[in-house]
Design a protein around this ligand. Structure first.
Ligand SMILES: CCCCCCCCCCCCCCCCCC(=O)N[C@@H](Cc1ccccc1)C(=O)O
Ligand SMILES: [Zn+2]
Ligand SMILES: [Zn+2]
Length: 478
């Protein structure tokens, strides 16, 4: 039986026009969210006071969402939030929108305004979380609030999952929500999460921005390398110390990149779709990857971001050794953070790392690891991908290229592979290389206009998901 007994009842489409008062309210709501320092320092050190306050805050700024009879809200893992919007046609498979509440730490140094001030300067709202990922969280909730105020009744059921510990693995938030939904027998048509953008200026010679929807994300491994030696007096040192042996080992890892895997995956499809946007001769080269694949794979290595799209990356992130200035150190330890290319596995990368180090005195311990995520479909039958593509074309009419890609970081969506094969990572925001560096960096900011457009995007996406038919292919893509 449908919602309120009105099975399959349709509410008319609502235009995404927001009044001046609504626009002010929505930007002020985002600023308020930024001002709550929901910082995850480590998996054991979260700002639980701020997380509790955030729960109160969303109740205050989105009252209609919390008061609507066909929306069920529950708190999961103490601080995460799950909303179930029942929808008027329960025969339709639900989908889910994801975002996270927590942010990485932000010391004041280097910021033009304090990172938790949410101050507006020159049309931009500054602060930790403005791109990662309170913008998405607030835009999803805001769009739903505005639709409900306009008496919109969604037809297709959907969930909103707001994790509280994404920045430290998502084990207590996303993972618990996923288990809960699985226990209830829920299967989802698709999921939309953070992880990619409308990319602008990332590829030399490509002047036009394009939207990249990430259909997979890299795996990861934190690998500890350790060398133990007999301690002694530094006045008569041995030829090699634990520090020297370990330094040489990690240096070999850094200097020996993992193999370039550019081949048949989503990145090849992305470059083929982008080919016509490049000037001669790049357009010809990219249209003929059967011939120029080696050339293109080397070209992708030329900057750090495109390099990360074609291989497993190796980052030396921690190094600890030594107890006193005149003691030969007994132990040296280093941690290497590897992001695993979708064409490889944890086991393959571990073997490669051991072969590169090639020194039995170095012990390896895998601290944590997971394989790359499966590639979600991006064909004409893939509902989630097509709805995103359709919504991108309507909200950003100037964007005529939408390509599938991979996410080089990790997101909460990786905890939901048990619920769907369609996981799409896309933030409807223009991102330039400088903006990319601000994520986890300094002066993270979003323009007021970009945030309003993000709200509009979700407002449209929810309505597009309620349409009768699959979205039609776009002219440029035929
Ligand atoms: C055809 C060429 C295209 C050029 C592409 C340029 C791509 C640039 C887009 C960059 C978007 C990156 C967004 C990353 C989101 C990652 C979120 C994040 O930071 N996750 C953490 C989470 C984590 C995971 C596991 C343990 C602890 C934390 C991460 O470290 O990955
Ligand atoms: Zn994030
Ligand atoms: Zn992050």
């Amino acid at each position: 039986k449908g919602l309120l007994g009105k099975e399959h009842e349709r509410t008319p489409r609502i235009t995404s026009h927001f009044s001046q008062k609504e626009r002010v309210t929505m930007k002020e709501a985002l600023k308020g969210a930024i001002q709550i320092p929901t910082v995850s320092f480590s998996s054991k050190e979260l700002n639980t006071t701020a997380l509790t306050e955030f729960g109160r805050y969303i109740r205050k700024v989105f009252p209609t969402v919390f008061q609507t009879s066909f929306i069920q809200h529950e708190v999961v893992g103490e601080y995460s939030h799950l909303f179930m919007v029942r929808g008027s046609d329960p025969s339709l498979q639900p989908y889910m929108l994801l975002a996270h509440i927590d942010v990485v730490p932000a010391p004041d140094e280097g910021w033009d305004v304090p990172p938790f001030s949410g101050l507006e300067r020159d049309g931009f709202i500054y602060g930790r979380g403005t791109l990662d990922n309170k913008n998405s969280l607030m835009a999803i909730m805001q769009a739903l609030e505005l639709l409900l105020i306009r008496n919109y009744i969604p037809r297709r059921p959907f969930f909103i999952a707001l994790g509280h510990d994404e920045e430290v693995s998502g084990v207590n938030g996303a993972q618990k929500i996923s288990a809960l939904l699985q226990a209830r027998g829920i299967q989802l048509a698709f999921i939309v999460d953070e992880g990619s953008f409308i990319l602008d200026g990332f590829i030399p010679n490509l002047k036009k921005p394009f939207a990249m929807i990430s259909v997979s994300e890299k795996g990861a491994m934190n690998l500890m390398l350790q060398v133990n030696m007999t301690p002694g007096h530094s006045s008569a040192p041995p030829k090699e110390t634990s520090i020297g042996i370990l330094s040489a080992a990690v240096s070999r890892l850094e200097q020996t990149p993992m193999p370039n895997m550019f081949g048949d995956g989503p990145m090849k499809m992305a470059l083929q779709k982008l080919a016509n946007e490049f000037p001669f001769p790049a357009n010809i080269i990219l249209s003929n990857l059967w011939l120029f694949r080696p050339l293109v794979s080397r070209w992708m290595e030329r900057n750090d971001i495109t390099n990360a799209l074609v291989r497993t990356t190796t980052a030396l992130t921690m190094f600890n050794a030594g107890v006193k200035v005149n003691v030969i150190p007994p132990v040296a330890q280093a941690i290497v953070n590897l992001r695993i290319d979708p064409a490889q596995t944890v086991q393959e990368v571990l073997k490669l790392a051991k072969d590169i180090v090639a020194d039995d005195r170095v012990q390896f311990q895998v601290l944590d690891a997971f394989d790359p995520l499966p590639v979600s479909p991006s064909d004409y039958q893939a509902l989630g991908y097509q709805l995103l593509r359709q919504t991108i074309h309507s909200v950003f009419p100037e964007i005529n290229i939408v390509v599938p890609g991979i996410c080089i970081g990790n997101t909460d969506s990786r905890h939901y592979t048990n619920l769907t094969t369609g996981i799409y990572r896309f933030n409807p925001i223009y991102l330039q290389p400088q903006g990319f560096r601000s994520i986890h960096g300094i002066n993270e900011k979003i323009s007021v206009q970009a945030y309003e457009t993000q709200v509009k995007f979700i407002f449209e996406l929810i309505q597009n998901a309620d349409a009768d038919r699959m979205p039609a292919p776009h002219l440029h893509e035929l």
